[in-house]
Design a protein around this ligand. Structure first.
Ligand code: ADP
Ligand code: UDP
Length: 236
């Protein structure tokens, strides 16, 4: 398989076309952004960690019945994925109240949620990814109802799988963001990445933050934490 022209460059990744129209190469950069890209920086070898960790977690969830875009990892920073038509929404799953939600509703970060929260936002950097209700999504025709129900079901399944996976490694999964798309056959598929950029992980013993919040809030030990989380993920 041959890598062709760049089709998209985002904040954290670059997508390249290939000689197979159904496949893309996803390249992971070290660039880091936070607070709707108001804060920018780089995290040394973040791209390597996120590529390797996404590979591991895509394989894990695929083995447990979640259809993903992952095909193969080709080098330190690149993986081959199925080309998807992305849904225009981000899917956020929360087990505790943290981050922007804690701030927005004035609740202490870390407050337990009585039940899992699944929420959506519009994929729009220009608008700062605003929150969307189910009604907004359906009324605006952003996603078909059947597909949205399936998204929610898979998001719950992913939460159960990932919570158990990280608990075995001494980490509590606080929240995460995933993106879905439709593949060439119209099948709902998990895309994008699963890594410390897109989830909150707290050490179960010390309570320490083991994710991008170290970068967001200048907590130090950013690179070391990414490497540590990768090592814990790969340990069987
Ligand atoms: P952003 O676009 O938010 O800056 P990234 O730098 O992570 O984020 O860019 C990756 C882009 O690729 C995202 O817009 C994501 O929706 C999209 N994407 C992820 N997986 C696929 C896929 N399999 N096919 C097509 N697009 C994808
Ligand atoms: N998240 C993400 N990309 C986004 C927004 C959120 O990966 O554009 C992740 C974030 O890392 C966290 C979860 O989704 O794990 C919930 O994020 P929140 O809405 O609290 O926003 P944040 O505090 O990250 O701005």
């Amino acid at each position: 398989m041959e890598t062709r022209a760049q089709v998209y460059e985002g904040k954290a990744k670059i997508l390249y076309a290939t000689d197979d129209p159904t496949l893309l190469v996803q390249h992971f950069k070290d660039d880091a952004t936070a607070f709707n890209a108001k804060k920018r920086g780089t995290i040394h070898d973040k791209g390597v960690v996120n590529n390797r960790m996404s590979e591991h977690l895509f394989r894990y969830v695929e083995a447990h019945g979640v259809h993903t875009h992952f095909v193969e990892r080709t080098d330190d920073r690149r993986m081959v994925v199925r080309r998807l038509t992305m849904l225009p929404i981000e899917v956020i799953v929360r087990n505790r109240i943290a981050g922007s939600l804690a701030k927005r509703i004035g609740v202490k970060e870390g407050t337990a949620a009585r039940r899992r929260i699944i929420e959506f936002s519009l994929k729009s950097d220009a608008l700062g990814d605003p929150l969307l209700t189910d009604d907004h999504i359906l009324a605006l025709g952003l996603v078909e109802e059947e597909t949205l129900n399936e998204v929610k079901r898979i998001a719950g399944q992913l939460d159960d799988l990932l919570t158990a996976f990280f608990a075995q490694r001494g980490l509590e999964l606080i929240d995460f963001k995933v993106e879905f798309g439709l593949d060439a056959e119209g099948r709902l598929t998990l895309g994008d990445e699963i890594c410390p950029d897109t989830m909150r992980l707290w050490d179960m013993k010390s309570g320490e933050k083991k994710d991008k919040d170290r970068f967001r809030h200048d907590l130090g030990q950013v690179e070391e934490t990414y490497q540590e989380v990768l090592a814990r993920v790969l340990a069987d």
